[in-house]
Design a protein around this ligand. Sequence first.
Ligand SMILES: [Zn+2]
Length: 693
Amino acid sequence: MTTTTSDNQELVDFLKNVNLFADIPEDSLESLGSSLKTTEFPENETIMREGAPGVSMYILRTGMVEVRKKDPLTGIDFLVAQLGPGASVGELALLTGRPRSATVNTLEATSVFSLTRADFRTLLIQYPEISLGMSRVLAERIEQANKNVGVEYVSLSKNANLDPKIVGMVPLNILKQHRIVPLAMSGRSLTLAMVNPTSVVAFDDVRRYVKGFIIEPRVCTEEDFNRFMSMEYAKLMKLKPSDSKVLRTQPVKPLAKSRRRGGLETQSLEDLEAEILGGLEVTTDEDEDVKPSEMELQTLSGDAPVVRLANNILALAIQKGASDIHIEPQEHGVRLRLRVDGVLQVESTLSRKIMLPLASRFKILSRLDISERRLPQDGRISLKIDDRAIDVRVSTVPAKFGEKIVMRVLDKSTSLMPLERLIDHPGVSGRVHKMVREPYGIIYVTGPTGSGKTTTLYSCLSEINEPGRNISTAEDPVEYDLEGINQIQTHKDIGLDFARILRAFLRQDPDVILVGETRDPETAKTAVEAALTGHLVFTTLHTNDAPGAFTRLEEMGIEPFLTASSTLGVIAQRLARRICANCKDEAEPDPSMTGFFGCSEADLPRTYKGKGCSACAGTGYKGRVGIYELMVMNDELRRKVTSGAKTDEVRDCAIRNGMMPLQKYAEYLVREGHTTVEAVMAVVSISETPEEE
Ligand SMILES: [Zn+2]
């Protein structure tokens, strides 16, 4: 058949561009191609898993894969690369016989040529040019790996010329306890082979013997360590045979004191800081007007302790459930703050000298230009921890004392609470439940930034997420992964805004649409049109209370009668700190609360508070609880809105029709013991009058 020839030519053209085969003469490629086996992988399939034995390698023919690598110190899974046709994966483990050093998942349906070790050997004999391509691929891979994780494998048997003076710097019992071997010293760093490089205690113990050195961890296998201890240590250290019984490696006891929590382990930031400062040779003081070259920045930020400090900051934030990480250079130090449950807390203040390497490290991780320090930049880091996908949005802004870095942590796998758990008040959650099952109309969720609007929207969506419904979302950024939903991220730089995505959705036969935010007339107008043409639309607005939504829409040019006929309801909300369940206790009656409850001192209800315990770091609060104000439209409210009534009138009418105002809902939460008057007052002003005149 004639098609065979053109297929073959296509294959030859493809193979020419495969890095591995680039040195093979074109006329040999056809026969090479015919000996390759093709395997198909569907989307979201794991082709190889980190730590598994490597028996084959793969060359991508079509499709796209992601390569992820775990930082053994913190357990964070970093996205190392995304690879497309022509790239090869798995050759390292195939050659060394060691476990896979990375996990490879398909991002779309992917077709690969797979080569077993035997296939690869045969090919290598037939086409020796492959070894040239191979060295190139490997060199690139090593460069990439060093850049991304900074912990390498090491073989003790290949380090035959170990120096007894260095090995002997740490006593035998410590070596055995932590399964470590000091390998080399250069300058101020000590290279340490470790079976478990995540052991924080090992670092601390080694530092008691080797002071002032930066510890550069390397990973060695357990067999390698045991073999070294039983066969070589005594010889190397010239021990007498009578000492031999101490050499038998004992089973390792679990660490008594471990900082491991939630799958993460962190080394103290101060320890890491001390390590970095001990090893810093390049002056990085901004005042001296030193401008380090890109190369110097690369080197500084690739230093193992800097890598670990950056990883530990991320791990710490995730462990504490922080939503934001602030790294702020100040006159005398670098302040690290984490936002937990809506409150910014100072975590640590580090030396100013750390700022430049640390900032560079975060910029490398988020693929930003490390030499640009005068302009704001935005990037992202994609992480995985125990199979949870975490997206970190990185933003840098030049400030007076250097670049300020703010990172927003988005745990996309956070499980969504069902509406009735999210909204504590059974009456209110019941009405929301009913409202989201309407066939068309708009539901607005309002409140200030950080008031949990997105969570409410997603809870609503998951309530109605069924295969029979086409649900599409436009978001900035995508904060949750919901199965079966088309989620689109806006891209301002290419003009892909909410309004444009919304118009595109309407051509895609949607049933339900979520628009992250309505902040411009065009989005507002398109959303109303969508609702009036039979779609259910969810979106957010920046207003303080539910009735205020109508004024805001009018300001955006929506006619009141269109608003009245398209709106199903408005949910206004706030988040207040929740009393820690672990140390919750009855509170003393407080006469100052009479204003809040609108009653006399004798009638004050019983309230609760957290005494403070280890679970809540002594604050008495853990997590947050939503305060809601639900306004469901009815005929009377529609007439009011159409007539152009003021916010106050709409509010009175809504209350007459059963709306429980924010303040009343807050009171309910306090009486039920979910939160305190103090926590509520921090987010809801009781004397709050509607903001519009
Ligand atoms: Zn507590």
